[in-house]
Every structure is written in C-alpha cells, then in structure tokens.
Design a protein around this ligand. Structure first.
Ligand code: NAP
Length: 308
C-alpha cells in the first residue's frame, strides 16, 4: 500500500522554514512534471550502492543518512533505478524514507539490467519491462510509480532505432494504473519525437553537462513545449568535470568547480532539473549551497565556451 507521511513536514516546520514539505527556496525553485511539483534541485541515488554500482555500500548507515538529509533539505525529487545495486538503492530509499511524504516524487528507469560483471545489458522486451516495473514497485514499497523513464541506447550513449514496442509496453502499464508519468532516457532527438507521437512524456534524461553539450538543441526544443530535461552526469559522473576555464571562474567566485557546474545548469534553461549524485551528506549540502550561485553574463559566456 502506498503510504504517505507528514513526518518531514513537521520536521521542516519545527526548523522554522515555514515551508510545506518540499522547499521552494532550494536553488532553481520548482518545476511541474505532469501534475507533480518537484524541486528543480533533485538527488541522484546511484552513488549509494557499492563500488561499480554493484552490491551494498561500504557505509550503510551513511547512505541512509544521506537519504534523510535529502528530505531534511526539502528536496522533492529522487532519481533511482532497480538496476542500481541491483535493488540495493531502491531498498535503501525504502528503508530510509518509507512511508514517503506526499511531496516526494521518486523517478525510476527501466530498460537495462545488470550482468555478473557489473555490465548494463539492455532489457527492453515487454516481459522484462513488466518485471522491472513490478520489482521497482516492490523494492520501493509503492503501488504506483510517479515517473518511469525508458532507458534506451547502451553504455556508449543513445543509439538510433524505433522505441515503439518498449514504449508502448510502458504506456500499457500506465493505462493499468501502475505508472503516473513517462519519460525517456539516453535517447536521440528522433526517439524523443517518436515517444511524443505515441503518448505524452514529461521528461528526457540524457547525459549533459558544462563540457558535454550534445543536447543543446533538444533542451531548447523541450523548453518550448514544457518538457523537463534532466541531465545525468551533471558533475561529469565517474570522471569529475575538469576544465581550466571552469577552475578559473570558480576561483574568482571563491566557489568550487562543482558549484559552478550546477549553477550553470540551472541558469542554462528553466526546464533543466538537477540530479547530482553523492554518497556524502556533506557533499549534498555543498551542492545545494553551491547551485545557488548567481553567474553573471560574462561568466556564463566564459563557461559557454568550454563545451562548444
Ligand atoms: N539515465 C541514465 O542512463 C543514467 C546514467 C547515469 C546516471 N544517472 C542518474 O544521474 C545521477 C547523477 O549522475 P552520477 O551520480 O553518476 O554523476 P554526477 O552527479 O555527475 O557525479 C557524481 C560524482 O561526483 C562526486 N561529487 C558529488 N558532489 C561532490 C562534491 N560536492 N565534491 C566532490 N565530489 C562530489 C560524487 O562523489 P561522492 O559520492 O564522494 O560525493 C560522485 O563521484 C545518478 O545518481 C543517477 O540517478 C542516470
């Protein structure tokens, strides 16, 4: 049974924020995914699993504490997948946060699985997708998933080809009431258009950051039609972003390169939602504070040159 709680509302109110459960004062404010209001500053939970996103974390209590900190900071959007661990991340989320507050929206993805060597082989056949949705529901302790992204392509990135069969399978699960909203991930612009022609999508989750700008046109096109763009690897992923121009701007602002990279994304387009990953509560707090940096026109122009 999906349960919701007001536990964190009380916590936030007793801390004197006066906000309802999520915090609209987080950097970037809020965005609406279909009928769900989320903070533009979200949290990517992939880093909570063990090394190589396999198995349990070395510091289990630390991982649970990061998730509780997510809510304490007023973040209302967590990105996860049953493939993280596998199952580990979803189970940690459930243990730390269930029953979930009404304002929290957990976004998951289906379409790839894990092999014994830690690889991410595609699993987009209808029976695999149905099983994956059911396992996400079970491990997260939900009756309905707020948003499910269909993960396409492979570890090398998006690959061309029709998404009709797997996407229609998710549409069928949505009609059965198991999924509220749909999105696509690791997708080409053509696949985004194909999905839109089949059923409404509320987000696209692709790789994008200050140094990797493949989707500039797609972001602007999605902004025009009110669809969110959620960059994965916003901080560079497994190899942190490194750029002398980024370090120069950061030093001038007395900020970290991570802070500048997140602030740049929020200022890049209003439809960009952040899901930076971390296994550290301290880094999480630093990222929230850092994303609030206001970058001037000159700084934005300087940073813009990095990925172009
Ligand atoms: N759709 C897809 O195919 C796909 C693919 C990959 C990821 N994702 C999603 O996107 C989310 C974000 O991606 P990601 O977590 O892989 O990469 P990321 O957010 O670009 O970077 C995470 C890395 O940055 C480090 N970090 C974070 N904050 C830091 C700080 N303040 N100072 C120093 N280091 C810091 C983390 O280490 P610490 O743990 O030490 O902080 C971690 O190693 C994931 O969590 C996942 O939910 C989706």
């Amino acid at each position: 049974m999906m349960q919701r709680s007001t536990r964190y509302q009380t916590q936030l109110n007793t801390k004197g924020t006066g906000m309802s459960m999520f915090s609209a004062s987080l950097p970037g404010g809020t965005w609406t995914l279909g009928d769900l209001t989320v903070t533009r500053f979200g949290y990517g939970a992939m880093q909570l699993a063990g090394p190589g996103v396999m198995g349990p974390p070395a510091d289990r209590d630390g991982s649970l504490a990061v998730l509780r900190e997510v809510l304490d900071l007023g973040i209302a959007h967590i990105d996860t997948s049953n493939a993280y661990g596998p199952r580990v991340t979803n189970q940690l989320i459930r243990e730390a946060l269930h029953p979930y507050p009404e304002s929290l929206h957990i976004v998951t993805k289906v379409g790839s699985t894990r092999d014994s060597r830690g690889g991410w082989p595609p699993a987009r056949e209808p029976e695999n997708l149905r099983r994956s949705v059911s396992e996400n529901l079970e491990n997260l302790g939900l009756e309905v998933l707020d948003l499910v992204n269909l993960r396409l392509g492979n570890a090398q990135g998006p690959q061309p080809g029709s998404l009709a069969e797997p996407f229609e399978t998710l549409v069928e699960l949505q009609r059965r009431g198991l999924i509220r909203h749909l999105g696509v991930s690791n997708a080409t612009a053509e696949q985004v258009a194909e999905a839109q022609a089949i059923a409404p999508i509320v987000c696209v989750q692709n790789m994008y950051n200050l140094a990797y700008r493949q989707d500039d046109e797609l972001i602007d096109m999605l902004a025009e039609v009110g669809i969110a763009y959620v960059p994965f690897f916003p901080l560079g992923g497994f190899s942190p972003l490194q750029s002398s121009a980024l370090s120069t701007v950061a030093a001038r602002l007395d900020a970290t390169p991570m802070s500048v990279a997140l602030a740049w994304l929020l200022q890049r387009s209003p439809n960009i939602l952040l899901i930076p990953g971390t296994s550290s509560a301290e880094h999480l707090r630093e990222n929230v504070a850092g994303a609030a940096l206001s970058l001037s026109g000159d700084e934005l122009a300087e940073l813009d040159k990095i990925g172009r």
